[in-house]
Design a protein around this ligand. Structure first.
Ligand code: PMP
Length: 331
């Protein structure tokens, strides 16, 4: 039996998440599919890692000083991670978020003590886009840094230095493939770079939702978005600094219906309450596993907790209004 762990610093609770064998997905793929339990981080998402690395990097570069403020534009999870890390280190946080993200994320950010600024969801080219608004606010605020998760490569370093080596160790140095979706691209690029440094034959697949441009970019070299998705935190339209040079070998495009089918199955059959990006990732992992064959071992990311989406993914009225299938048990 492994010893129960003891920490002397709350920030050491970030990372070192368990890896769980996903039984239903493994059966569907005909090989082993493993999920990295990022919902087990203190902020209940994969973004705690990026938050910690970004804040430490700003401190090391001398930009973030005692009593300073961290400003960021985020779909929510990065803001939650930043607010927790900032609290632990005595910084303030200002979070700019599009107002179409889940109410749970907004309530959580307020509860953690972050100052929340809501903006309408607009295209990246719009100067009022949440990313540009957060950059301006950081420039206008005394003692503030802009976390800039999309183009600050401290984000992907978190995954090169922590997520990838953890997966490599947890799977006993036998990893056939890895896949996940991209928001900033920090997770896919960082894990891809980290795993390929251990074994360059590990096959890396990008799993893209509809409405994102990366599937077409990696398939045909053209940044072109088609369709749409209700998944929060994923779906990128450009090559961020974090995505630059990411060793992506192949790509899948997964519908919300397919992702939701996995969210439902993982909850009902394995007791895992997850968000839609996790469902989309598992669908991608099954597709990659089928390609790699029966001896393969594929890992993916279970990005965040489903409790963050009670008013959306787990709400029959919301699902119906979006034209999405309603989980049987919700009526
Ligand atoms: N899933 C969820 C729920 C997220 O919030 C994010 C972060 N935006 C991702 C996946 C994607 O992670 P990354 O930014 O590292 O690409």
């Amino acid at each position: 039996m492994t010893a129960l762990s003891v920490k002397t610093d709350s920030l050491d609770l970030i990372g070192n998440t368990p890896l769980v064998l996903l039984k239903g997905a493994s059966e569907a793929a005909g090989c082993e599919i493993w999920g990295k339990c990022e919902f087990a981080n203190p902020g209940a998402s994969v973004k705690d890692r990026a938050a910690l690395w970004i804040i430490r990097d700003a401190e090391e570069r001398g930009e973030l000083k005692p009593g300073g403020t961290v400003v960021e534009g985020t779909a929510g999870n990065t803001g939650i991670g930043l607010a927790l890390v900032a609290n632990a280190k005595g910084y303030k946080t200002i979070i700019v978020m599009p107002d179409n993200q889940s109410a749970e994320k907004m309530a959580t950010l307020r509860a953690l003590g972050a100052e929340l600024v809501l903006v309408p969801p607009t295209k990246f080219a719009d100067p009022n886009h949440f990313v540009h608004t957060s950059r301006r606010l950081a420039e206008e605020t005394e003692g503030a840094i802009w976390a800039n998760q999309f183009d600050n490569v401290a984000n992907r370093r978190a995954h090169i230095e922590s997520t990838a080596p953890e997966i490599w160790e947890q799977l006993g140095h036998k990893v056939s493939g890895f896949t996940c979706a991209a928001g900033t691209g920090g997770t896919i690029a960082g894990v891809a770079l980290g795993l390929k440094a251990f074994d360059e034959n590990i096959r890396i697949a990008l799993t893209d939702p509809h409405g994102a441009a990366l599937y077409n970019y990696y398939a045909h070299g053209e940044l072109k978005a088609e369709g749409s998705s209700v998944a929060e935190g994923i779906g990128q339209g450009r090559i961020t600094a974090n995505l630059e040079g990411a060793p992506i070998d192949t790509q899948f495009r997964i519908s919300d219906e397919e992702g939701l089918k996995w969210v439902a199955q993982l909850l009902r059959e394995e007791g895992l309450a997850l968000g839609l990006s996790s469902g989309i990732n598992v669908a991608g992992a099954v597709a990659l596993g089928r390609e790699l064959g029966p001896d393969a071992r594929v890992a993916t990311i279970l990005c965040d907790t489903g409790f963050r989406y009670l008013s959306t993914l787990y709400n029959a009225e919301w699902l119906r209004a979006k034209g999405l299938p309603v989980f049987d048990w919700l009526g």
